[in-house]
Design a protein around this ligand. Structure first.
Ligand code: FES
Ligand code: FE2
Length: 351
């Protein structure tokens, strides 16, 4: 079989992708990241702004992420060429009197920070809409003082990004994969939830219900839980999703009731491998960060082996796919998600 190309296709290049936790970027040291086969060097300048360069020095090809940040520029580890935030080479230590010409540049991509993560867009041309415009639900959670925010991850997963999103949108595996936590075998039947696409293109699953023995870190009894899912629209690629869940048994927990708003942010590393973070916004101000992360870790590491077992690793959405997967009415959100990928012209991670 021909080897898969990991070159980023145009649609995916024009979207923002999560590449690292914001708190992984200290002031002095660049951080290596990867996006659709492209190696990146991320760094933070003295003003706090983040930059994303190709992890490749234009002089002799050394990795810029092995360098250091000094005097507000990124210094290559090999001969010390220095690159400013606009990617221009501003100094060559072997020639102190030389002013590098305009064309001496690193390759810079667009970088932004939002929801606790660093986001990168490979296509630097065209109108720039920040990633924060993609989801009103996530934007509202980010500014809601009643919700406590943290990032869990990264997880490196041997599965394609759209397989991971589809798993996140899938309700009918709870009682099997998450038995005793998000479901049990006595409650596998699903209610007739609705799927809608909003005027702005956001795909939603509404009125979902699940019976959960342990819905979140704080829950002390089984409960019916109201669920909703959304797949954000441009300028994000649809490799991200958000769920909102409210356990009925915890309605009295806080004046506004109890809510979890959990965003799944997936970076496609290659066609068949991904890096995953969860942005949690919870009515839980009691647990510490390690306890919340431990709960989410338990849930995701239940999903991960199943995700990594799925074949083909690419999500089959086209007539050219090597297999035709079967669907039931319980899968209408994942079927709608596959349609959305086709409509948006996504070709990375799918077949
Ligand atoms: S390879 Fe980067 S300065 Fe020479
Ligand atoms: Fe799951």
């Amino acid at each position: 079989m021909a080897e898969l190309s990991n070159l980023a296709p145009p649609v995916e290049r024009a979207c923002w992708h999560p590449v690292a936790r914001s708190d992984a970027l200290a002031a002095a040291a660049p951080v290596a990241a990867s996006l659709m086969g492209e190696d990146l060097a991320l760094w933070r300048d003295a003003s706090g702004a983040v930059h994303a360069f190709a992890d490749h020095c234009p002089h002799r090809g050394a990795r810029l992420s092995m360098g250091r940040v000094v005097d507000d520029v990124l210094e290559c580890p090999y001969h010390g060429w220095r690159f400013a935030g606009d990617a221009r080479c501003v100094a060559i230590p072997a020639l102190p009197a030389f002013t590098p010409p305009e064309g001496h540049r690193a390759c810079a991509y667009l970088a932004s920070e939002w929801a606790g993560l660093v986001w990168v867009r490979l296509d630097v041309a065209g109108a720039i809409v920040p990633p924060s415009q993609a989801s009103a639900t996530i934007a509202a959670a980010e500014t809601d003082a009643q919700l406590r925010k943290l990032v869990v991850g990264p997880y490196d997963v041997a599965a394609s990004a759209p397989r991971i999103v589809e798993n996140f949108l899938d309700l009918s595996h709870f009682g099997l994969v998450h038995e005793g936590w998000l479901g049990d075998r006595q409650h596998l039947a699903m209610n007739a939830y609705r799927v809608e696409t909003r005027a702005d293109g956001t795909l939603c699953a509404l009125d979902c219900r699940a019976w959960q023995p342990q819905s979140n870190r704080l829950s002390s009894e089984g409960s019916e839980v109201a669920y909703g899912y959304e797949v954000p629209t441009a300028p994000l690629v649809p490799f991200n999703a958000v769920l909102t869940k409210a356990p009925e048994a915890m309605a009295e927990h806080a004046p506004g009731g109890y809510r979890d708003v959990i965003a799944l942010f997936v970076c496609p590393l290659t066609q068949e491998t991904s890096r995953v973070w969860f942005r949690m916004a919870l009515t839980d101000f009691e647990s510490n960060e390690d306890e919340i992360a431990a709960f989410q870790h338990t849930i995701f590491t239940q999903d991960q082996p199943v995700l990594e077992s799925q074949r083909p690793k690419l999500l089959p959405i086209t007539d050219a796919a090597p297999v035709r997967e079967l669907h039931s009415a319980a899968d209408r959100m994942s079927s709608a998600y596959r349609r959305l990928l086709r409509e948006r012209g996504i070709t990375f991670g799918v077949c």
